[in-house]
Design a protein around this ligand. Structure first.
Ligand code: KG4
Ligand code: ZN
Length: 340
């Protein structure tokens, strides 16, 4: 029997966060994220700038994560990296880096699907969040994705619904831009909403059948509403900022809750997990807790550092794949449109 401890390095570079983490036996030993603030100047992620920033940051971030994990590079058992979905240039930086490192160290390479990793982050050892039992439903909500996924086992996942246009994170970020908030606006809207009245203004909910979502109509409705109010009173935004944020957040959270309630009823599955950057939202967390009592759900909410883009989720997926001998060859390339 091989009792040697495994150490797996996870590398994430799919969008605008350069991240690396080390995992050993489900315990995260280090989790380093360098967020690229340069995009704030442009109100959104600029793909070309993102890949250049990844090139600058990837080596220092990996060095730092190895130092924090207190291991030598030669202790590593495998390298896991995100090969999709995401921005092609950004993915290529992480992919080439991981391949070169695995080749130089002569250790296995493990390609990881970013969306699967958001879900599998729930299997990291964390006293605050016990492992969900299969099957469960994952509400995956980020700046690039909005999905409801039925998870039957670690690597058997079925997408039950998805957004037909914008992701929920975009609904926060683009609406935030309309009212002058910095990118990404989601966290600021969450903060300002705490002081606002969620019922002050009402916005149109999209009519989408089944478990799919749509956020582009809401974005337009919000934009038109703000423009109209500003024509009447040029100080409308400043005078009503907290209420605008709270009302916008309220409608977005209602849309998400309606769909997850529907998914749970349709599938008979009552274990619900949330994943992705938007699941940091405090109203979503509160509403899920309330619904867990109402609908008898087992709700799993991970630590915020495991919900926004991070490499700990890549490392746990790498560990699970390592145990199942799911290795990748050196022909593996970045796949910006990789499906779950
Ligand atoms: O998963 P993530 O870090 O990156 C992507 O893969 O997209 O998600 C980033 C998204 C952004 O749209 C950001 O505004 C949103 O997550 N976000 C939030 C909150 N924290 C981050 N949205 C609402 N409330 C928050 N507290
Ligand atoms: Zn993500």
């Amino acid at each position: 029997m091989n009792l040697k401890k495994t150490y797996i390095l996870g590398i994430e570079s799919s969008c605008d966060d350069t991240a690396a983490a080390v995992i050993s036996d489900y315990d995260i030993l280090s989790n380093v994220v360098a967020s690229q603030s340069i995009h704030e100047l442009y109100g959104g992620v600029v793909p070309e700038l993102a890949s250049r920033e990844h090139q600058k940051l990837i080596l220092p971030v990996v060095k730092k994560t190895l130092e924090e994990a207190k291991i030598n590079i030669s202790d590593l058992s495998a390298i896991a990296f995100t090969n999709g979905p995401g921005l092609v240039g950004s993915l290529m930086v992480g992919t080439s880096f991981a391949k070169s490192m695995a080749l130089a160290l002569n250790i296995p390479l493990i390609a990881v699907n970013h969306m699967q990793a958001h879900i599998l982050a729930h299997f990291i050892n964390d006293p605050g969040n016990k492992n969900p039992d299969f099957p469960f439903l994952a509400l995956t909500i980020s700046g690039g994705h909005t999905q409801i996924v039925r998870v039957d086992s670690y690597f058997e996942m079925v997408e039950l619904g998805k957004t037909l246009d914008d992701a929920v994170g975009e609904a926060f970020d683009k609406s935030g831009k309309v009212i002058g908030l910095k990118y990404p606006a989601g966290p600021e809207i969450d903060k300002l909403s705490k002081k606002g009245d969620p019922k002050k203004f009402s916005f149109t909910k999209p009519k989408v059948n089944g478990l799919n979502f749509s956020f582009s109509g809401l974005k337009t409705n919000f934009l038109n509403f703000i423009n109209k109010q500003v024509r009447i009173n040029e100080n409308f935004i400043q005078e009503n900022l907290n209420d605008i944020c709270a009302s916008l957040q309220n409608v977005i959270v209602e849309i998400l809750m309606e769909k997850i309630i529907m998914a749970s009823k349709q599938t008979g599955i009552n274990t619900i997990v949330i994943c992705g950057g938007v699941s940091a939202n405090s109203e979503i967390r509160d509403r899920l807790k309330v619904n867990s009592g109402k609908y008898n759900w087992n709700v799993h909410i991970p630590k915020i550092s495991y919900t926004t883009d991070n490499a700990a989720m890549i490392a746990i997926t790498g560990q699970l794949k390592y145990q199942n001998n799911m290795f990748s060859d050196f022909e593996t390339s970045a796949n910006p449109r990789l499906k779950i």
